[in-house]
Design a protein around this ligand. Structure first.
Ligand code: M6R
Length: 605
């Protein structure tokens, strides 16, 4: 998974490529590079680490030209070092690639037997080597490119430039995104629209198998047989230019945006004044549905876990939930009364997309809950429910999670009503819960100083346990994921009832145990679990209903959350967990927005 960019212009494109790569860094930041075709040469600069390293490198060792390609990498094949960084230039051609060439090993073995030397450990180099051989054998760039891609298996977006062709770029895609923009005196190819939204207001997405050829100001699109084709252009939204708005990190900015974005999402799906759900506007037939299959990855999966309990409890619809990377390999018992629902912030997660395609091949109706409405998952769905979180830049998902929950809650209520499983007054009460969510989030954000103190107390721990029951079990898993991904503290989320079946062995006076215990039917049971931790010397942090006597008796630290509804508990109680992870990571000095080894959109399986 990586970000790719190609720019052809009437000026030096080096700096523009670097600036666009910065916006693509969410797709990976292990290394960065660019190459430019100029005066019968291909100039190349690449370096380990983030795009800013490349920028500094270029300041000292500049290259310039009118047509070039750039790349920011999330390593799959080969270490994240400079040699494995893209572009991969082999004498006549330079290539950037996003995706995985599944048959690269077989192809590489054949080439090695014929005496070709490989420089890197990447799968991408096979593309450069194959194109180069075609060119040496006298083929023109387009033919060389096309002959090469017919040999590739896997998922890819590729852009290439060629020695001796100072204005030519050729690109294609299969499974991974690639789009182009014709801007003033400029043509841009990119993995996503936001990265180039400073240059224009519309883009054209390539379909799988399309080949794009750009030369000076000319653009042509071809199908696999090189027949010229057209694709429609689409208006795009401008990238969020506010930057950090004075915050230290995007993560904290995004945490604080939640009251606003939740209002936005909820007001789209609910009519606050009439206490009605606005989903009738979608022309989608839900009437036959009596089962839902949900699939997603990471945080989006935990949103699915919350939604499962809501669909079952509130709408009386059976839900089967599976992690997307497992989904395709299991028997899912698809039938025509089942709806397949996929949740993804980026809409590009390869495992989720593969699961969606598997469901589609089995004639499922597909609903997706996404943040990026121009994404592959959105495009391949029968119905798209946007979450309106706005651009999420921090790798740790925060506002996307709560907006996914708000959107899913609206769908749950809509189906519960359609299935006549709730009556008008129950519907009103549940909508009322949702209506108050933005202001309740605002209230909980006020605990930030208390949470900073807790963070100070636990930030040197090497491990932490999060535990919850019922509605808060998915939150325990999500809280642990949040903490580990940005602070690098090992964290586990468990069902409170499971403590005594194993995890209790870890409890000692150094271990923080974050107990998620709202004022619900499990409260008394959670209290017993807290006692079990207390009597073994564990450090209890209670998020939920905090009573004064407990503060004394169990020597716990508490964040008192006064919500007790089915829909609002998971949304509101996730906020302190996000703040805790953020402040622990800040004290530990980690790279919060771009934690090591991770990427914002995981476009490899
Ligand atoms: O873009 P998606 O929602 O499909 O991404 C799924 C996961 O990769 C993502 O939620 C990941 O777990 C986050 N880093 C969690 O904060």
């Amino acid at each position: 998974m990586c970000g790719i960019i190609g720019i052809s212009a009437k000026k030096n494109v080096s700096n523009d490529i670097v600036q666009c790569l910065k916006h693509l860094s969410y797709r990976g930041y292990d290394s960065a590079g660019l190459s430019i075709a100029k005066d019968n040469e291909i100039l190349e600069r690449k370096i380990q680490g983030k795009v800013t390293n490349l920028e500094n490198f270029l300041n000292n060792y500049p290259i310039s030209g009118n047509c070039g390609i750039g790349h920011t990498r999330w390593a799959t094949h080969g270490e994240p070092n400079t040699i494995n960084a893209h572009p991969h230039t082999i004498s006549n051609v330079s290539v950037v690639h996003n995706g995985i060439i599944e048959n690269y090993h077989d192809l590489k073995t054949i080439l090695e037997k014929s005496g070709v030397n490989f420089i890197s450990d990447t799968d991408t180099e096979i593309i450069s080597q194959l194109i180069n051989i075609e060119l040496i054998n006298g083929k023109k760039p387009l033919e060389a490119f096309k002959n090469t891609i017919t040999k590739l298996k896997g998922a890819y977006a590729i852009v290439a430039i060629f020695r001796g062709y100072d204005d030519l770029m050729i690109g294609t895609k299969l499974g991974s995104p690639l789009l182009y923009m014709k801007a003033k005196n400029m043509i841009l190819l990119s993995s996503d629209a936001y990265s180039i939204s400073d240059y224009g207001s519309s883009v054209t997405y390539l379909e799988d198998g399309d080949i794009i050829v750009t030369e000076k100001s000319k653009i042509s699109l071809h199908d696999h047989s090189l027949k010229t084709i057209q694709r429609p252009s689409k208006k795009i939204k401008k990238r969020d230019k506010d930057g950090l708005n004075g915050y230290d990190h995007f993560m904290i900015k995004e945490i604080k945006e939640q009251p606003d974005v939740l209002s936005h999402a909820l007001s789209y799906y609910l009519n606050f004044s009439k206490y009605k759900i606005n989903l009738e506007k979608y022309n989608f037939d839900f009437t036959k549905i009596n089962r839902i299959i949900i699939s997603a990855c990471g945080t989006a999966y935990f949103a699915g876990m919350v939604a499962k309990s809501w669909f079952e409890d509130i709408a009386n619809i059976k839900v089967d939930l599976d992690i997307a990377s497992e989904f395709r390999y299991k028997k899912m018992f698809f039938d025509n009364k089942t709806l397949s629902l996929f949740i993804s912030q980026s809409g590009e997660t390869a495992d989720t997309l593969a699961a969606l395609r598997h469901a589609k091949e089995n004639d499922q109706k597909i609903v997706s809950v996404v943040n990026t409405v121009e994404s592959s998952i959105a495009k391949e769905s029968d119905l798209v429910l946007p979450i309106f979180a706005g651009q999420e830049i921090g790798v740790a998902s925060t506002k996307a999670f709560t907006c996914q929950l708000a959107t899913l809650a609206s769908l749950v209520l809509f189906l519960a009503k359609k299935k006549r499983h709730i009556n008008a007054s129950q519907e009103k009460a549940l909508i009322e819960e949702l209506v108050h969510i933005p202001s309740q989030v605002l209230d909980v954000l006020k605990y930030e100083n208390d949470i900073k103190k807790i963070a100070k107390d636990i930030h040197k721990s090497s491990s932490a346990i999060f535990m919850g029951r019922g509605a808060t079990l998915p939150l325990a898993l999500e809280g642990a994921l949040k903490l580990k991904e940005i602070s690098y503290i090992h964290a586990e989320g468990i069902a409170s009832g499971e403590l005594k079946h194993g995890a209790i062995a870890l409890v000692d006076k150094k271990l923080p145990v974050i107990v998620l215990a709202p004022d619900d039917i499990f409260y008394v049971k959670n209290l017993s679990n807290m006692n079990e931790v207390y009597s073994r010397g564990g450090k209890i942090i209670l998020v939920g209903k905090v009573q004064n006597d407990q503060l004394k008796d169990l020597k716990l630290t508490g964040i008192n959350i006064e919500v007790n509804g089915k829909l609002n508990i998971p949304i509101i109680m996730s906020i302190p967990l996000q703040l805790l992870a953020y402040h622990v990571a800040k004290l530990r000095g980690t790279d919060i927005d771009q934690p090591r080894n991770l990427a914002k959109a995981v476009t490899v399986e």
